[in-house]
Design a protein around this ligand. Structure first.
Ligand SMILES: Cc1ncc(COP(=O)(O)O)c(C=O)c1O
Length: 494
């Protein structure tokens, strides 16, 4: 139904009266003006994040008014009227407000130049990803993902009967050859060959790995060979580290373009078939409480996503849309201001990552009991415990074990006692006053195990890792790694 009145309204016919909807009258909204105080990044003179954190940065105010008339009265000098509260707070389209869609479309174009993709707003990546799952999967089907994946997402479609196949990873993320192998060797008696790959290409959660361009191209080619749809969940895209710095004196366009060139190209940027659904969020780079993100997809998926959204969460909230539209407009940061903030934010997180690596190298590494990856993006370090060196480590015939995973228990067959040792170590770390996340929470139970409880190695035999974040304070990083090193040494003596 919604499209009928949307089309009629779009006609803008003189004398058209609508008694169609229960749309509250905007004059009754109990607010007249919003003001958002944000860092003033114009001129690109300073590195904004450290100045803002220490309250030394200048600020600017973004304003939104109930209607254009009030705005004109207060700011007669303004030629461009921004999004009004009256418009932003009415029921609107599931795709989001046109002005916000346009602003995010420009942002997406600057970074991905997708050939034919359309923006659909979301309430963040959890919302975007779970909607994409809902759209693409039917009961009994299998989806593919990395063998360690974020349970916040992978648990969602279990409720309606989707099953997961974990694809093996190494330090650089999902291994393309393993993906191809799973698809090539797929046994149709288990069900239809998977047609969806859910993947986190930058700063993967939990392993912190970032796929190189070469791997991305190989994965995309495999997706074409096997007709896979790729759900690219990329909340850490703007948090990539060790990038060449971009000269801030460049013109606006060149500054944005040069910066975009330093980032690893996304799957959507190489999509020629419309098989990539890319999902972005402001959670990690502005604030999680924004609950705002966006999907880039082909028109057909967009259409279905909007239909689904219209009868599920409806459109995202007006506050976020007003803020984002203002922030990305020329009145606010504009695209170059957004890039300047991202560049500066990355420096800050990169410094925290380097601190964690340094403390790890001093407090943990000398014992030889653990090693760490160097995350090129995101918020997570992936720490490997060298359990093979533990006096009680065992490896032999496969035995049935029950493993505690993200909220539920899994019965599996392991050839090692890694799950048991990791549970013990986790408990010791808790007693020592440290919480880190064990790999078992993120493991995708082997699909083969369901069918053939034989001697194959289980993902739980490879669960000798912890995820530790470096997005906390310097004190938390120092104290955490200190406790980790001490508890580990005690554990290896038991
Ligand atoms: C891989 C991944 N996807 C999605 C999310 C959730 O993002 P949002 O806050 O935008 O819903 C997270 C957050 O931790 C994440 O790590």
């Amino acid at each position: 139904m919604k499209f009928v009145w949307a089309e009629l309204a779009a006609e803008n016919r003189v004398g058209l009266v609508s008694l169609a909807n229960g749309d509250p009258d905007p004059s009754l909204y109990p607010f007249r003006k919003f003001e958002f105080e944000i860092p003033d990044v114009k001129g690109r003179h300073v590195d904004p994040v450290p100045h803002w954190r220490t309250h030394q940065a200048p600020s600017q105010t973004l304003r939104a008014y109930k209607d254009a008339a009030i705005e004109r009265l207060e700011h007669p000098e303004e030629s461009e009227i921004s999004l009004t509260i009256g418009d932003a707070f009415q029921y609107t389209h599931g795709a989001g407000l046109p002005a916000t869609q346009l602003a995010l479309g420009e942002l997406a174009n600057a970074f991905h130049r997708p050939p034919n993709h359309v923006v659909t707003l979301t309430l963040g990546n959890s919302d975007g990803v779970t909607k994409a799952f809902r759209l693409l999967g039917e009961r009994g089907e299998w989806f593919l993902t990395e063998e360690f994946s974020f349970p916040g997402m992978t648990n969602a479609p279990l409720a309606y009967g989707i099953r997961w196949v974990g694809v093996k990873m190494d330090r650089e993320g999902l291994i393309p050859g393993e993906l191809d192998k799973v698809l090539r060797e797929w046994d149709e008696t288990r069900g239809k060959r998977p047609h969806v790959l859910y993947i986190v290409p930058c700063g993967q959660n939990p392993t912190g790995s970032t796929l190189s361009l070469r791997r991305r191209q190989k994965i995309y080619d495999i997706a074409r060979d096997w007709d896979l749809i790729i759900i690219e969940d990329d909340p850490y895209y703007f948090l990539q580290y060790d990038l060449p710095s971009v000269e801030t004196s460049l013109t606006t366009e060149d500054f944005v373009e040069r910066y975009a060139e330093t980032l690893v190209p996304s799957f959507v940027s190489m999509d020629v078939d419309g098989r990539v659904i890319r999902i972005d969020s402001f959670s990690k780079v502005i604030a999680p409480g924004m609950r705002l993100g966006w999907i880039l997809s082909n028109e057909m998926f967009h259409h279905h996503l909007v239909k689904y959204t219209d009868s599920a969460s409806q459109h995202p909230h007006g506050f976020g849309q007003i803020f984002v539209t203002g922030m990305l407009s020329k009145r606010g940061w504009g695209l170059d201001g957004f890039v300047l903030w991202m560049q500066s934010l990355c420096k800050d997180y990169q410094r925290r990552r380097d601190l964690l690596l340094e403390v790890f190298r001093n407090e943990v590494e000398p014992s030889g009991l653990a090693s760490i990856n160097c995350a090129q993006a995101g918020m997570f370090a992936w720490i490997k415990i060298n359990l093979e060196g533990h006096p009680r480590y065992r490896c032999g015939d496969a035995k049935e074990v029950v493993v505690e995973t993200g909220g539920h228990q899994v019965t599996t067959r392991c050839t090692t006692n890694v799950p048991l040792l990791m549970e013990e170590l986790l408990s010791d770390l808790r007693v020592a006053g440290l919480i880190v996340m064990p790999a078992a929470l993120f493991a995708i139970p082997d699909a083969e195990m369901d069918d053939v409880p034989s001697l194959r190695t289980s993902v739980y035999d490879r669960c000798s890792f912890f995820r530790a974040t470096f997005c906390g304070t310097d004190e938390a990083i120092r104290a955490g790694m200190g406790k980790f090193g001490q508890a580990l040494e005690v554990f290896f003596k038991q």
